[in-house]
Design a protein around this ligand. Structure first.
Ligand code: PLP
Length: 349
């Protein structure tokens, strides 16, 4: 859901992409993103593009051809990271877990020490399964072998703590349309000074021009040299989305997501539904109860939409027909929404 204040902000007059007012808006966004990511990384900004542009920027800038790229794979978005690594002609090593499960800290550390990759990637909040991985063990082991870490925080940003600096993650990216309550269109990204040093020392030029972070820093930092025409209205939207978070308080917002997640899961379990993901590995923004035996997830979802105007999703890939996927993100994470959904779902089942 897009917050009403965000829609209003998008109706404001568009200025030029080199206008000082635009850069002022952008600096507010950058400072706000640092707070939501939990980082002091100077290189924190919003790329023009959706979450996948953030993913592509992370992979194409930091994974060099011929280097070793380790991906912790337990869902759909890890597969997309893998595909991008292959297209960069990296030596991609996948450590696999079935969808809905999470690599243990011991397994993660062992794999990183064994493979000694240059870059490690994992998905912080796997929207295809509901699994969250805060990444402590991955970040620690990666630093021990001098590897950079990439965390996909597309659904985590604004819905649960990332604590990028405290955990020791190097690169994280996200989107605007999930936890940030804006339309799709920008990809927040943050890179540690360590990662930026690595980028400057890179031997081969990045194979992307549009998402070249060095060129982008010449546009957004000091020189303000034209690179591309930033989608100004989306920056107004994101500034407002961030202002909403700061007004509520970053911690209070996470706590709201945690509480509504807990309320939803308790309600689902009281209804006799079983959750796919064990409590300790769950995200706060996306929930995956199993579809009861003999029930068609398609039929249930159709009823929810037609009778109540509620949209939830089904599982896909290995989880097709096996789980519902219920989003409680940003503006959508409301106690009243949980009540409404639980009532409607009970009736539909
Ligand atoms: C949605 C999503 C993406 C892709 O983002 P787009 O905005 O659709 O390009 C990547 N990773 C995760 C975990 C997602 O949930």
């Amino acid at each position: 859901m897009v917050a009403p204040r965000v829609y209003e902000a998008m109706a404001k007059p568009v200025v030029g992409h080199l206008d000082p007012f635009f850069f002022q808006v952008n600096e507010e966004i950058r400072a706000g993103l640092q707070q939501v990511f939990g980082t002091q990384n100077p290189f924190t900004l919003a790329l023009s593009g959706t979450g996948s542009a953030g993913m592509e920027a992370a992979v194409t800038n930091f994974v060099e051809p011929g280097s070793k790229f380790l991906v912790f794979a337990n869902g759909y978005f890890c597969d997309r990271l893998t595909e991008m690594g292959i297209r960069q002609e990296a030596n991609v090593v996948r450590i696999e877990k079935p969808w809905g499960q999470k690599v243990s800290d011991e397994e993660a550390a062992e794999a990183i020490h064994r493979e000694k990759p240059q870059v490690v990637a994992f998905v912080h909040g796997e929207t295809s399964t509901g699994v969250s991985n805060p990444g402590h063990a991955i970040a620690k082991a990666a630093r021990e072998v001098d590897a950079l870490t990439i965390a996909d925080c597309v659904t985590s940003l604004g819905t649960m703590p990332i604590n990028l600096d405290a955990v020791g993650l190097d690169i994280a990216y996200s989107c605007t349309q999930k936890g940030m309550s804006c339309p799709p269109g920008l990809a927040p990204i943050t890179c540690s000074p360590r990662a930026m040093d690595r980028l400057r020392a890179r031997k081969s030029p990045q194979r992307t021009w549009y998402l070249d972070l060095k060129l982008l820093s010449e546009y957004y930092d000091g020189a303000h040299r034209y690179h591309h025409t930033a989608p100004i209205s989306m920056f107004y939207a994101l500034r407002e989305g961030i202002a909403l978070i700061l007004d509520e308080g970053v911690e209070a917002r996470f706590e709201r997501h945690r509480q509504n997640a807990a309320k939803l899961t308790a309600g689902l379990e009281a209804m006799g539904l079983e959750m796919l993901v064990p409590a300790e590995n769950r995200m706060w923004a996306l929930h995956t109860p199993k579809v009861p035996a003999g029930v068609s997830d398609l039929e249930v979802r159709k009823k929810l939409m037609e009778r109540h105007g509620i949209e939830i999703l089904g599982g896909f890939g290995p989880l097709a027909g096996q789980v519902f996927r219920i989003g409680l993100m940003g503006e959508g994470s409301q106690s009243a929404h949980v009540d409404m959904l639980l009532g409607a779902l009970k009736e539909a089942l």
